[in-house]
Design a protein around this ligand. Sequence first.
Ligand code: PEP
Ligand code: MN
Length: 337
Amino acid sequence: MIVVMKPDASKADVKHMVERIEALGLKAHVIVGTERTVIAAVGDDRKTHKESLESGPGVSEVMPILAPYKVASLELKREPTTVTAGSLVVGGGTIGVIAGPCSVESEEQILTAAKAVKAAGATALRGGAFKPRTSPYSFQGLKEDGLKMLATARDATGLAVVTEVVASEDVDLVARYADVLQVGARNMQNYRLLEAVGSTDRPVLLKRGPSATIEELLLAAEYILNAGNPNVMLCERGIRTFESHTRFTLPLATVVYLHNKTHLPVVVDPSHGTGHTYLVPQMAAASVAAGADGLILEVHPDPENALSDGYQSLTPKQFADTMQLCRKVAVALDKKM
Ligand code: PEP
Ligand code: MN
């Protein structure tokens, strides 16, 4: 349910209503908007407490939230959420650009990549230290050594670090080094991991599972929000279809659809979404045209010799050209990039 407070409701009224909601065995999420404060009362609300809550001090009305995802829904919060993590701003008219290699391979590699993407206008550095690989024989990442190299690259460039956490037991370790925790496509429905990242103060980039519906993506985000972390970015990274000319099929209608359902910002990953370097620049520009709040792009100083995903990585020069192309679209849409 949504408890909508009157515009002149006091802080004490809001506090009182939070206590009432909690006494009903529900969780309260307070959302302070520019015009009104609303409180989401979520949990097992088979019993409706509408009448009893409506009589509370400062309450204007109590409404059901129809969507299965509650805190993520536009019904609860109409103003788009902007997520900020150091140099990275995603949403509210600013397009965040997260760029870097698929995996951290060495200090030299990540520093070269970081400097190159920064020079071309990226606002955050990506790079996996813990890699979820399809084969157990593929490169699994440098783990904590890789995290340290990412931190060195942040110190050298000022770029916020976005990196993946693959298991709940690694969340504390990764959060010590990362500015944004990435939950990978394969882990979108790892609910213990979602709760663990939801209990940190680090923004989360949640990637869509290749076989997940958008509703499942939003319900996965709901786990993070419900654990108390409001800074969630949703990422469309392509889904599995019968089509085989691309690694995945990249549905850009997702961006528009999500903007009609949720206040959370939407990031697109055209690198994994296509799986081919030559498709990335135009699909990045198309993502911006569709209204994406951010892009995540794989960029490698030497794609041919990359330890993972080289075939979909841009060279620094290709990345700089992609930025120029995307900026033209962003400017046409009155967005900052
Ligand atoms: C990645 O970003 O390198 C990655 C593994 O992505 P995904 O989880 O979308 O496959
Ligand atoms: Mn990759």
